[in-house]
Design a protein around this ligand. Structure first.
Ligand SMILES: [Fe+2]
Length: 237
């Protein structure tokens, strides 16, 4: 990647991080786009090309995941909020207040997937650095122990769901959520996520979820994104 492309990529990532993940700041995703006649949530672009995560996640999987699964949740969300008070609310507010059911599922699946796209990057993975590395050592003992526990959480989750690195009461934790569930519903702040629904890996790895998890941890995790989320969480508890 040329320096100019790197700068553009980092600028785009920074914009997404600033808006889409944790804080109350509005974003293209969390802030409804209002027109005189239509109010709708929108789907931000992928932060990289669909083929950028290959060979660990193929372009076919990523494109279908983005254009079918997340887009499907987005379309459902917009149908459900049309003409209702939720149409003017931030996505996070809907997730935190909706009763279990279709509205919660659609809103949370839109949010979770945007967070997942940003939790990965080309040439990612390996060990983090800085404050996040220190926090991992403090709360897990070592990166190796974190890695083992995160991989176990991602591979052992029964059925469909997500494996998260979260901050809770100032401490890092690894948690699993099923279906569309999200840490913000449990007083936790998400720092990083791995989608372990079968649609995230089945075409590339068949039923070998552990291979997908290992590849993502070692080659794709976006520690810059997780570090930025940690820094913002500490600043705005
Ligand atoms: Fe997914």
């Amino acid at each position: 990647m040329t320096d100019a492309k790197k700068i553009l990529f980092l600028a785009a990532a920074a914009a997404l991080i600033a808006g889409s993940s944790l804080a109350a700041e509005p974003s293209a995703l969390t802030q409804p786009v209002a027109t005189p006649a239509v109010t709708a949530f929108t789907q931000p672009p992928l932060p990289y090309a669909p083929a950028a995560l290959a060979p660990f996640i193929s372009a076919e999987v990523l494109q279908y995941h983005y254009a079918s699964h997340q887009k499907g949740a987005l379309d459902t969300l917009n149908k459900l909020v049309t003409g209702k008070s939720e149409a003017g609310r931030a996505l996070e507010e809907i997730i935190k207040t909706a009763s279990p059911g279709p509205l919660f599922n659609a809103a949370a699946q839109v949010w979770n997937h945007t967070f997942y796209w940003n939790s990965l990057k080309p040439n990612g993975g390996g060990e983090p650095s800085g404050a996040l590395a220190e926090a991992i050592k403090r709360d897990f003992g070592s990166y190796a122990q974190f890695r083992e526990q995160f991989a176990k959480a991602a591979t052992s989750l029964f059925g469909s769901g997500w494996a998260w690195l979260v901050l809770e009461n100032g401490k890092l934790k690894i948690v699993q959520t099923s279906n569309a569930d999200n840490p913000m519903c449990h007083g936790q702040t998400a720092l990083l996520v791995l989608d372990v629904w079968e649609h995230a890996y089945y075409i590339d790895y068949r039923n070998g979820r552990a291979k997908y998890v290992d590849a993502a941890i070692d080659h794709l995790i976006n520690w810059d994104f997780a570090s930025a989320n940690l820094a913002r969480s500490v600043k705005q508890p």
